[in-house]
Design a protein around this ligand. Structure first.
Ligand code: PXL
Length: 276
């Protein structure tokens, strides 16, 4: 019996960018896990650039799912990220119904918005379908914008106090997620990820790097995905991912990487391999 671990990563493929599948594949692979990728869209580069090629892959997702079913693939984790329309959210629900057993971990990164704004492409129908998908999550990794939208509360700003963070996490657990990681909560010189799981809340912080890099959240979620697939707790996963992102972001800042280039994580992949 093949004991290799396998993840299905469902996200967009932005060829010349470090985000979504171009981070999930190297990171999950470096951690010794077979990473199967299902593109939700094909882009030449991410949408933060003024120009990009974009092709929706909604129909191809169903084809992938059908062929993977024929191959009798088993997944230890299903990791969902950027979904471009309501139909894609339904496709992920069907994918989970088909491929997940009681041991399969489900990680949902509800890519819906940032900095207090829900993306203009994210319709009300998508918001309500995403709320339904959240019920399936073993681990949910929203930023504050996404978390507030899912809970139906006003954006809490970038620096909510701990009481507010706990309230938001509890509301997300009420939606059905088993564990919640609120990402990118800023406070003075620190940036924190707040984990709530099994009636316990813990905050993991690192020094704030004075620059934002596109796709940092995707690097973070990919590490959390690999760690929970390997059986680590969500607390251990977030502690490690917080430290890794801090190291790679400091380095990126020190060598003058620009926002759209995304976080330069390649030199640090050895730290992930050492986790195996
Ligand atoms: O999470 C970053 C990201 C991923 N995928 C696409 C994006 C971005 C950020 O702009 O445009 C397509």
């Amino acid at each position: 019996m093949n004991k290799e671990l396998r993840v299905a990563a469902i996200n967009d493929l932005s060829g010349a960018s470090r985000c979504s599948l171009t981070t999930a594949l190297p990171i999950i692979s470096a951690m010794g896990i077979n990473c199967c990728v299902m593109p939700t869209a094909l882009l030449s580069n991410h949408t933060g650039y003024s120009s990009f090629f974009f092709e929706d892959c909604t129909n191809q997702m169903q084809e992938f799912s059908d062929k993977w079913e024929n191959l009798e693939l088993h997944f230890d984790c299903i990791f969902s990220g950027f979904l471009g329309c309501a139909k894609q959210i339904e496709t992920v629900e069907h994918f989970i119904d088909k491929f997940a057993d009681e041991k399969t971990k489900i990680l949902i990164d509800p890519v819906m918005g940032d900095n207090g704004e829900i993306y203009s492409t994210y319709t009300d129908e998508m918001c309500s379908k995403m709320k339904r998908l959240v019920k399936r999550a073993d681990v949910l990794t929203p930023n504050l914008t996404e978390a507030c939208s899912l809970c139906g509360i006003e954006y809490a700003g970038e620096h909510p106090d701990d009481r507010t963070l706990i309230q938001i996490c509890k509301k997300l657990l009420e939606l059905g997620a088993k564990s919640v990681v609120l990402t990118g909560c800023k406070c003075e010189n620190y940036i924190s990820n707040y984990v709530y799981s099994g009636n316990e809340g813990r905050k993991y912080s690192s020094e704030l790097i004075p620059k934002y890099f596109t796709g940092t959240g995707d690097v973070f979620a990919s590490i959390v995905c690999a760690m929970i697939t390997k059986g680590k707790s969500v607390f251990e996963a977030v502690e490690f991912a917080t430290d890794f992102v801090h190291r790679a972001a400091s380095y990126s800042y020190s060598i003058g990487i620009t926002v759209n280039e995304g976080i330069a994580f390649e030199k640090f992949l050895g730290l992930l391999t050492a986790q195996i």
